[in-house]
Design a protein around this ligand. Structure first.
Ligand SMILES: Cc1cc2nc3c(=O)[nH]c(=O)nc-3n(C[C@H](O)[C@H](O)[C@H](O)COP(=O)(O)OP(=O)(O)OC[C@H]3O[C@@H](n4cnc5c(N)ncnc54)[C@H](O)[C@@H]3O)c2cc1C
Length: 486
């Protein structure tokens, strides 16, 4: 099993060049960057890879029309370049997606049309299809699910879409292929220091309870919304940085959004951006922006978030979804950087934050999935300086990332076996939520299927029937959180 190999490597007593804490988009990206430069690299994640924010995104690889509106031109330009790179480097996981903004006021086609011409211009030669204004009939042809009353036209533009958890798993596999050692269910409980410099971490294997110290020339803190915990442990005087904000999504049947185009509402009545997106044979609707000063360990969509999403879907979709139509609902926490305390989270920056502390801890947080590669490049440049590693250029701009988006069907025995033996799945949730996306596509169906997956996993992992009963029961309890209104 791959996990045993990673444990062996991490217990060998060797001193790593770079140790990454956190196995989401940021940490996995940084680990791949580091290993691709030839540095000895390990990554530890306290839960499953991408179990936190990185499997709960809107699944868009985009420049961010919202940031364009905020005038954040450099961020949009950088994200559009990364979009092009991802489409080229990970074609099995990322695809182009046409979007239509339906217009219900006469000024909208011209206003949004002009804005999207700027978006096209910023993409330049990295563009993936230009924007254009649509007549009312063309809008209804491309978006047959849009509410026709009051519709006066639309604007077509292009962005990209991906499978977030599968891209994370593909990065984890790439890290192994490059000689790195990723380990899930391994929590950093303390930073180790000598002469006021970070020398490694104390690690606990969350499965066995075993604890040990891993030494490294540099430690990179890529713990997302939890980044302040390690920063403050490192230096108690440091002010906290993050203002987490929750975003919820609901998943509906494909019939609510027939056709191949996504629907985008640039500004709802309360100033949010809303998407309805064809994803994995379903319709994904999101998202909200709810400040969470004390973020929960596992975020759950709030009843008012679901009500908000369904209410807006009723305004913009021909077929009005009811609470009973929700196949699954999930939420994630944005690691927003707080520049001006007290501001509303909607105006906080999505830019990333990189810090080297006095003790040499490198922290990288914020940003978005789309820019994970650039964040990785910046953080490993910093890590190489801190660890006095031999200077080597970043190699990820053209590095292929092999992998496929998950299948739309429930996983069969062979897929479960691959998930366990090659992709370090340890629980039924790992298989049904992130190796496949069954939990997000249909929470009820995945709960009904959980006992079968648990039996297969028990056989592969050599566990007894009690383990599979506990796993299936635990998953069924968890799946109820994805159906908060049933
Ligand atoms: C609702 C929503 C929608 C979004 N949509 C998009 C989108 O469409 N496109 C886009 O580009 N971006 C999107 N984003 C942003 C994107 O998802 C995030 O920027 C990105 O996933 C953050 O990754 P991360 O690795 O920094 O954090 P995380 O994924 O949270 O990973 C951090 C990891 O660190 C681990 N960790 C913490 N403490 C420890 C410890 N002590 N020891 C070991 N491990 C530890 C955690 O368990 C966690 O897995 C969205 C975000 C949200 C919330």
């Amino acid at each position: 099993m791959q996990r045993d190999l990673s444990i062996q490597a991490l217990q060998s007593g060797e001193r790593w060049d770079v140790l990454i804490v956190g196995g989401g988009a940021t940490g996995l990206g940084a680990a791949v960057d580091s290993a691709a430069r030839g540095y000895r690299t390990a990554l530890v994640e306290q839960g499953d890879f991408a179990h936190a924010t990185s499997s709960r995104s809107t699944k868009l690889i985009h420049g961010g029309v919202r940031y364009l509106r905020q005038g954040n031109i450099s961020l949009v330009r950088e994200a559009l370049l990364e979009r092009a790179r991802l489409l080229r480097n990970a074609p099995g996981l990322v695809n182009t997606l046409p979007f239509v903004i339906p217009a219900y006021a006469r000024w909208e086609p011209l206003y949004y049309g002009l804005g999207l011409k700027v978006y096209d211009a910023l993409a330049g030669r990295h563009g993936i299809g230009g924007s254009r204004r649509l007549s009312r009939d063309e809008t209804l042809e491309t978006l047959p699910g849009a509410a026709p009353e009051g519709l006066c036209g639309g604007v077509l533009y292009h962005d990209a879409q991906f499978d977030d958890a599968r891209l994370a798993i593909a990065l984890m596999r790439k890290l192994i292929a490059l000689g790195g050692a990723p380990l899930n269910y391994a929590r950093v409980i303390r930073l180790e220091k000598a002469n006021n410099s970070v020398t490694g971490v104390r690690l606990r294997d969350e499965e066995s309870g075993h604890e040990w110290v891993v030494n490294s020339r540099v430690v990179v803190n890529a713990t997302g919304v939890l980044a302040d915990d390690l920063r403050v442990e490192d230096d108690r005087r440091r002010p906290r940085l993050l203002a987490p904000s929750q975003g919820a999504h609901v998943v509906l049947d494909r019939d609510f959004l027939p056709g191949s185009h996504a629907l985008m509402i640039p500004r709802t009545a309360d100033g949010r951006v809303l998407f309805a997106i064809p994803w994995q044979g379903r319709t994904l609707l999101g998202t909200t922006d709810t400040p969470m000063p004390r973020p929960p360990r596992t975020p759950k969509p709030l009843p008012e978030e679901i009500a908000f999403l369904l209410d807006h879907a009723r305004r913009y979709l021909r077929r009005a979804p009811e609470p009973g139509d929700v196949l699954s609902a999930f939420a994630g926490l944005r690691p927003l950087i707080q520049r001006a305390p007290g501001n509303s989270t909607a105006s906080l920056s999505r830019d990333h934050f990189l810090e080297i502390s006095r003790s040499g801890l490198v922290t990288i947080t914020g940003g978005k999935w789309t820019t994970y590669r650039k964040m990785a490049e910046d953080s490993i440049n910093a890590a190489a300086r801190v660890g006095e590693l031999p200077e080597r250029p970043c190699a990820t701009a053209t590095l292929p990332i092999e992998g496929q988006a998950a299948a739309q069907s429930l996983p069969g025995e062979e897929e479960v076996r691959r998930a366990v033996t090659e992709e370090m799945a340890r629980t039924v949730e790992d298989v049904l939520s992130r190796r496949s996306r069954a939990l997000l596509l249909d929470a009820r169906a995945s709960a009904a299927y959980a006992p079968q997956v648990a039996r297969w996993m028990a056989e592969i992992l050599g566990k007894d029937p009690r383990w599979s009963e506990q796993q299936a029961g635990g998953f069924q309890t968890l799946s109820a959180d994805y159906l908060p209104i049933s």
